[in-house]
Design a protein around this ligand. Structure first.
Ligand code: AMP
Ligand code: MG
Length: 487
């Protein structure tokens, strides 16, 4: 397999990473490969057999042109600053240029210890690897900015967690791995020259159009805030809970990164938390916009020396930009919700309608994903689908009447509106009980349920009767779902 490596970070950013070597797996075995993504990246896998793919994407064989390295970064974890994190269980093979000119990082996750492993083993267990593969590909299919998954390879070794599990390596593709925590690391340990160098590299790589701004670092802050507002609005719109929104898990590119204890909500509750390590609900569903705001304040702090060096007066502008985040988010969020609700233009009642909707969904514990599809069915003359989600005929009736009134502002046929809603509201998400079932089977050596679920979540919008099982939440009396960290 040929990689068009072009390792700009390795070549231009010495001192911002540590060289790394992959541990040799005992018996690499391919679990999953993503041929569509490989083609998008320009990786030719025709004539390359599974064993060869497994050797490359487990770290057994280094492809020609790779410059394996571990990124240095810091981060606020659950609100507390750790000055020294870094890739402790991942290494960058290198960057490749896709046929359309886009640049991507190719990273192995779970490939053994690095200079930043501290007490960790640098390994990953099969469950979290297959979970990240599945969820990241589901996110991509739903149009959410995200890192992607190219391959999952079992290592043939055991990994010790609370119990021992089969080990695996995930190949993650990202438009870059620069994080808020990367900026924090160089702000904390080095200062303005390093922060400026990192900011310039980031601008050059992701946002070339900002290079000519009067204060390019301030322009970077503005751009990253916009991307984060967009991202979190996407998450809320599909009931996604990231689970560990630490600043080291916030990518500057605006992609969702580091799928650990993430999960999708079934029956709506704004305080929903799945992560076993988030006892205080810091990263609960409904807190994600506030946490994003908090994380962007940390990003601004890290960038401030570079912003100040260009123009001290811009420090106040940066502060104002951070203060404006809640308003900026609300505009983006309302826009997203309008598209989910089939409302084509902003209206005065939007805020009231959206807030009231969430209160109703919470009161009746409505399955979040099914609700929006059922609402579109109402426009097609089918009221029974929505009725089946609600406790009685009166529940939500006033809200539905209010929603219906909003349509009178637009001259669009109901069927057309219903189709527009279906195009943005998924039928199939990775439901927790299905994910769990697939991972348990995979760990026992049966990949069939995982493969079936992957195919379903890669096609989220079109109803297929044979996939009916995947479209519903777990029975109401099932055990509450808990997710665990530790890829
Ligand atoms: P995460 O929870 O994935 O965001 O990871 C937080 C930090 O812990 C990062 O610096 C990781 O590289 C590191 N880390 C997590 N798990 C391991 C492990 N098994 N071995 C070494 N480092 C790890
Ligand atoms: Mg992380």
């Amino acid at each position: 397999m040929d990689f068009a490596f072009n390792n700009s970070f390795h070549d231009a950013m010495e001192g911002f990473y540590a060289p790394a070597e992959a541990a040799k797996p005992s018996v690499p075995m391919l679990l999953a490969f993503n041929p569509v993504l490989a083609a998008r990246l320009g990786l030719v896998s025709d004539g390359v057999n599974d064993d060869q793919i497994a050797r490359i994407f487990s770290g057994m064989e280094m492809p020609a042109g790779a410059n394996p390295l571990a990124f240095a970064y810091a981060g606020h974890q659950f609100g507390h600053f750790s000055a020294q994190l870094g890739d402790g269980r991942a290494l960058l093979l290198g960057e490749i240029i896709a046929p359309d000119g886009a640049r991507f990082d190719v990273q192995l996750k779970g490939s053994g210890p690095t200079a930043f492993s501290r007490n960790g083993d640098g390994k990953a267990a099969i469950g979290p690897v297959l979970r990240e593969f599945l969820v990241s590909e589901a996110m991509a299919a739903m149009g959410v900015p995200t890192t992607r998954s190219l391959a999952a390879v079992a290592t043939g070794d055991r990994v010790q967690r609370e119990q021992t599990h089969p080990g695996a390596v995930l190949t993650r593709i990202a438009s870059s791995h620069i994080r808020v925590g990367t900026f924090q690391f160089f702000a904390a340990h080095f200062g303005v020259e390093h922060v400026t160098q990192l900011s310039d590299y980031t601008i050059h790589r992701h946002f070339l159009e900002l290079a000519a701004a009067s204060n390019r670092h301030l322009a970077l802050l503005d751009r990253v805030i916009g991307l984060q507002c967009d991202l979190v609005a996407h998450w809320l719109g599909i009931g996604f809970i990231h689970g560990v929104m630490n600043t080291d898990n916030v990518a500057i590119s605006g992609e969702t990164i580091d799928y650990g204890p993430c999960a999708f909500m079934d029956r709506f509750a704004v305080e929903t938390v799945f992560s076993s390590i988030d006892a205080n609900g810091r990263y609960a569903y409904g807190r994600q916009p506030q946490i994003m705001h908090w994380n962007m304040a940390r990003f601004a702090e890290a960038l401030l020396p570079a912003i100040h060096a260009v123009d001290p007066a811009d420090v106040d502008r940066a502060k104002a930009m951070v203060e404006a985040i809640p308003d900026r988010f609300r505009v983006i969020w309302h826009h997203r919700m309008r598209s989910k609700l089939g409302l084509v233009q902003a209206g005065e009642a939007d805020g009231r309608l959206i807030d009231a909707l969430f209160a109703e969904l919470e009161q009746h514990r409505v399955d979040f994903t099914s609700f929006f599809r059922a609402l579109a069915q109402l426009l097609r003359g089918d009221g029974a689908t929505l009725q089946a989600l609600l406790p009685d005929a009166e529940a939500m009736a006033p809200w539905i009447a209010d929603w219906w009134v909003q349509f009178e502002r637009f001259a669009i046929a109901p069927l057309e509106r219903a189709d527009a809603m279906d195009a943005v509201n998924p039928v199939y998400i990775p439901r927790n009980h299905q994910v769990e079932r697939a991972l348990v089977a995979a760990e026992a050596g049966d990949m069939a349920p995982w493969r079936a679920l992957l195919e379903v979540v890669q096609n989220p919008y079109v109803v297929r009767p044979e996939w009916d099982d995947y479209a519903h939440p777990a029975p109401i009396d099932s055990v509450p779902h808990v997710t665990f960290c530790g890829t």
